[in-house]
Design a protein around this ligand. Structure first.
Ligand SMILES: [Fe+2]
Length: 482
């Protein structure tokens, strides 16, 4: 374990410098990891033998904390806010909307609300409140996701079959746990720092599920042939995308990875040197217009553009366009959270998987960037963009000069396998369950999307998915060798 203790003294000041002060919620500025929940979108469920040994993250081990995390009033404020965001995301949804599970990778909205609540019950209340009595003993089985160390759990593909507890019971569960957590924070605690740290982890866990709630609901609604909208569409965006320009970066030795000046997840470190040959990176992500050119040029029917595994799946599933695209009266439309609408040629292409992204790059005479190139190019760019918080839940065209859209709009596929950095070792216990064990067969995505809460992102953040998966807000940016 290369980094036992991480400094945190300046984490909040630095993060505030990088983000809009108006959107800051204090405890949210201690990012955790996407990997609690993203992995829930990928793991085949199994029944796990019961085990009572569960190790929570501890200060001084893999988590950096902030003095502000120990400020009870601000932590309570952040808790109330983050929990309320989950509720607000379900505004206007019916009970039927919230129970359906459209595929194994996705979970029902009701389950997301319950599981994030279970997280606080299992890891905060059970650990820090003496003689805590669970709201319902069955919920530990129903709403555990993939924590082998916690015990047996309900099969993932059957989450949509859970008509009980109903949504009102789940909301009552949320209220009860919220009240208990806030009451626990109200009083002096002999392990106050550990309590604050764990609540903070729970807030970042909840952020991850807030993105999944939207992506999973989008997939569920897409099954409906009437193409229902989750929300009324915001005003159309007539922004014209900036012209495509490749920006050069010098060959050299660079440092990447979490610098230890703020909370970071273990897979983001250790910070280390990496050698890069000279490369150039596109100033923006690939647009729908460019993707249409790829399609019209036979991109989905030219085997030589594709990786072997990708071509096999392309043929087997007869891919002809990104996920959620369909042709109506000779015009391509795209289904989204605002219903079915004509494809905006200026907006970033979205809902493409790694295989598609790689084939496009081959067709374009370019390649996907490595995650190291992406991070070096990102430099000190502010973590700003079209995030979930803006409630404009579709990618927007990038205007302006210089590198655009590094953050928000669409996750950007890189050609980097999700693998350990030099010196990385998985922590023992449950904390080691959600990163190290997933470092096989997946690729890294960077930058966040229009469905990602802003406070979740940082330059070193590594998201990862399997190369065939398309239902996240995933796009691409091109790179070239110099
Ligand atoms: Fe989770």
């Amino acid at each position: 374990m290369a980094r036992k203790t991480l400094r945190s003294d300046h984490s909040i000041a630095i993060y505030n410098h990088l983000t809009s002060p108006k959107s800051i919620h204090i405890a949210d500025t201690i990012p955790f990891s996407s990997h609690f929940c993203n992995r829930e979108a990928q793991i085949s469920p199994v029944f796990i033998p019961k085990c009572n040994t569960y190790t929570l993250p501890q200060q001084g081990d893999r988590f950096v904390t902030s003095p502000i995390a120990a400020n009870t009033a601000k932590l309570q404020e952040a808790f109330r806010h983050r929990r309320s965001v989950s509720e607000s995301l379900t505004r206007g949804l019916s009970a039927e909307d919230m129970v359906v599970q459209s595929m194994d990778d996705a979970s029902p909205a009701k389950w997301h609300l319950a599981h994030t609540t279970w997280f606080f019950e299992a890891f905060v209340l059970n650990k820090y409140q003496d003689n805590y009595r669970p709201v319902d003993p069955d919920y530990n089985f129903l709403f555990n996701s993939y924590y082998n160390s916690v015990g047996e759990r309900h099969a993932r593909p059957l989450r949509g079959m859970l008509t009980r507890p109903g949504i009102e019971a789940v909301r009552a569960y949320r209220r009860a746990v919220d009240a208990s957590v806030l009451a626990l924070l109200e009083q002096p605690h002999p392990r106050a720092r550990g309590l604050a740290d764990t609540v903070t982890v729970g807030l970042h866990h909840e952020m991850q599920h807030q993105e999944l709630l939207l992506t999973d609901l989008l997939h569920a609604l897409s099954i409906n042939p009437t193409a229902p909208a989750m929300r009324p569409a915001p005003p159309a965006d007539d922004t014209r995308a900036a012209g495509l320009v490749f920006m050069p970066f010098d060959e050299g030795l660079y440092e990447i990875g979490a610098a230890g000046d703020g909370f970071s997840f273990d897979c983001e470190g250790p910070r280390h040197q990496t050698y890069l040959r000279g490369f150039s990176l596109a100033n923006r992500t690939v647009t729908n217009a460019e993707w249409l050119a790829f399609m019209n040029d036979g991109g989905y029917s030219t085997a030589t553009l594709w990786l072997s595994d990708g071509w096999a799946q392309c043929q087997a599933e007869q891919w002809q366009a990104p996920l959620y695209w369909s042709q109506r009266d000779g015009e391509w439309h795209q289904f989204g959270l605002y219903g079915r609408q004509p494809v905006n040629p200026e907006a970033p292409v979205c809902h493409v998987n790694y295989f598609e992204a790689d084939a496009f790059a081959q067709w374009a005479g370019a390649r996907l960037p490595t995650e190291q190139e992406w991070e070096v190019a990102a430099g000190d760019a502010p973590i700003a963009g079209n995030f979930q918080d803006r409630e404009y839940w579709r990618p927007r065209a990038a205007a302006g000069s210089g590198l655009q859209q590094l953050y928000g709009d669409v996750w950007e596929w890189t050609r980097s396998p999700y693998a350990p950095y030099p010196g990385f070792s998985a922590a023992p216990g449950a904390i080691g369950e959600y990163n190290g064990k997933f470092m096989c067969g997946q690729f890294v995505l960077r930058g966040g999307s229009c469905a990602t809460p802003q406070q979740q992102l940082r330059r070193s953040y590594r998201n990862f998915f399997y190369p065939h998966q398309r239902w996240q807000f995933s796009g691409l940016r091109l790179a070239k060798d110099l």
